[in-house]
Design a protein around this ligand. Structure first.
Ligand SMILES: Cc1cc2nc3c(=O)[nH]c(=O)nc-3n(C[C@H](O)[C@H](O)[C@H](O)COP(=O)(O)OP(=O)(O)OC[C@H]3O[C@@H](n4cnc5c(N)ncnc54)[C@H](O)[C@@H]3O)c2cc1C
Length: 382
């Protein structure tokens, strides 16, 4: 067992930190306030190879792993979670890489790491979130095409994506509910495709989120991911497993960033004749925060490392995702408290971190669903 990062991983982490400090810190508040996706930042992040780091060299990616993706995510989110979401523009390329036909991989993956395209994955619907068996967007075969009808909700990159992987019901009569679904690639310029940007999010406001309406959208059979109907359920589980590791690294990053802001503040702020950071109660709080961050970082690294070594361990991934998310929320809350009244004003970044942290407890499965996964793996059928 080796707890050291390799030289290459240390270099990647350092480069990601330098980029985040240099390119994100100064623009973060503005993009949060404007609720706008930072296009220039996304381009720069692609040019430097930060987007889709796990994409194979065969598809024009850097050919690294999910561990490296987690490291970069942590560094971007440490500086700003909202702008850190530029990394999510590759969301779905992992699905294509793992399950797509060779033709689909060659056509749809290469534009993403090069900054020539944006992708997303659309599973959630207005009436189907945690319970994905309620998904009713349908894809019906007509000759050599499929016709898609339905509405997808809360889709990251929805109004800026060039194409989305859309989770559809193809075989409603299949005996096993696990064989009823399929993923399709849907390009934004297909007639009947409509994206409505959602505004007014609590946090990660620089990230694009949209409702997608699919009104008799016709896609060719070649857009059925993997080329075979009924494969959607194992594919979506794989997508969730991998991306929950990344969500965990978001939790680590937001918590680390909040902790550092708290440390800086308590060293400078005085009360009762001394710096606030000299009070033992404050020191104990910081010690607890730092210990939690370190613990979830280890759990997240372990889950990410296992993914790169061929083991997508749903129990461990759910543990990492839940605890890192909760730690992000708790540490941001504690850090805001340590700022006193200044924490409540948007002049200080901690106000934004407090809002941004919450999303990790919700997307890529809520923390309750993560706990269900952990319990199911412990208890089995009884
Ligand atoms: C900013 C943002 C970005 C998103 N991006 C995407 C995206 O790119 N693609 C995508 O497909 N989706 C995306 N989502 C959707 C997200 O994954 C869902 O919101 C999430 O899975 C929860 O589903 P829901 O909102 O329908 O909540 P519900 O499923 O309605 O849950 C409501 C509450 O009930 C609880 N609950 C449900 N079932 C149980 C149970 N069995 N036991 C105990 N508690 C339960 C939940 O934990 C939750 O607290 C995004 C959401 C947001 C807010």
């Amino acid at each position: 067992m080796d707890f050291q990062l390799t030289k290459e991983q240390r270099d990647i982490k350092k480069a990601a930190r330098k980029f985040a400090e240099g390119e994100i810190r100064d623009i973060a508040r503005e993009y949060d306030q404007r609720e706008e996706f930072p296009m220039d930042l996304w381009k720069k992040a692609c040019n430097l190879g930060f987007v889709g780091v796990y994409i194979d060299k065969a598809y024009d990616g850097p050919g690294l792993g999910f561990f490296e993706y987690a490291l970069i995510t942590e560094e971007f989110w440490r500086v700003d979670p909202g702008c850190g979401c530029v990394l999510l523009t590759a969301f779905g390329t992992d699905l294509l890489q793992n399950f797509g036909t060779e033709e689909q991989k060659r056509k749809f993956i290469p534009p993403i790491p090069k900054g020539e395209g944006i992708m997303g994955s659309a599973i959630t619907e207005p009436d189907a979130g945690s319970d994905i068996f309620r998904v009713k967007t349908s894809a019906t075969k007509e000759g050599d095409s499929y016709v898609i009808n339905g509405t997808k909700m809360f889709i990251t990159n929805g109004s800026i994506a060039d194409y989305l992987a859309v989770y559809c019901l193809t075989n409603p009569e299949a005996k096993s509910r696990y064989e009823r679904y399929s993923f399709f690639l849907v390009e934004k310029d297909r007639p009947g495709f409509q994206a409505k940007k959602l505004k007014g999010k609590l946090g990660i406001r620089a990230s694009d989120t949209a409702e997608i309406i699919l009104n008799s959208v016709k896609v060719p059979q070649e857009n059925l991911i993997g080329g075979k109907e009924g494969q959607g359920f194992p594919q979506v589980m794989d997508l969730f497993n991998i991306n929950r590791v990344i969500a965990a690294s978001q939790g680590v990053g937001v918590a680390q960033g909040a902790l550092e802001q708290a440390i800086a503040h308590v060293k400078g702020r005085e009360a009762f004749g001394q710096a606030v950071g000299k009070f033992q109660a404050v020191q104990f709080k910081l010690a607890e925060m730092a210990t939690m961050v370190e613990a979830v970082r280890l759990l997240t690294y372990q889950a990410a490392w296992l993914v790169d070594h061929g083991e997508k361990n749903p129990r461990l991934i759910a543990m990492a995702k839940w605890l890192a998310a909760e730690t992000g929320v708790r540490v941001s809350d504690d850090a805001l408290q340590l700022h006193g009244g200044y924490g409540y004003i948007n002049e200080y970044d901690i106000e934004r971190f407090y809002r941004d942290s919450k999303i990790v407890e919700i997307y890529e499965a809520t923390k309750e669903i993560e706990k269900m996964t952990i319990a199911r793996h412990m208890l089995g059928k009884f």
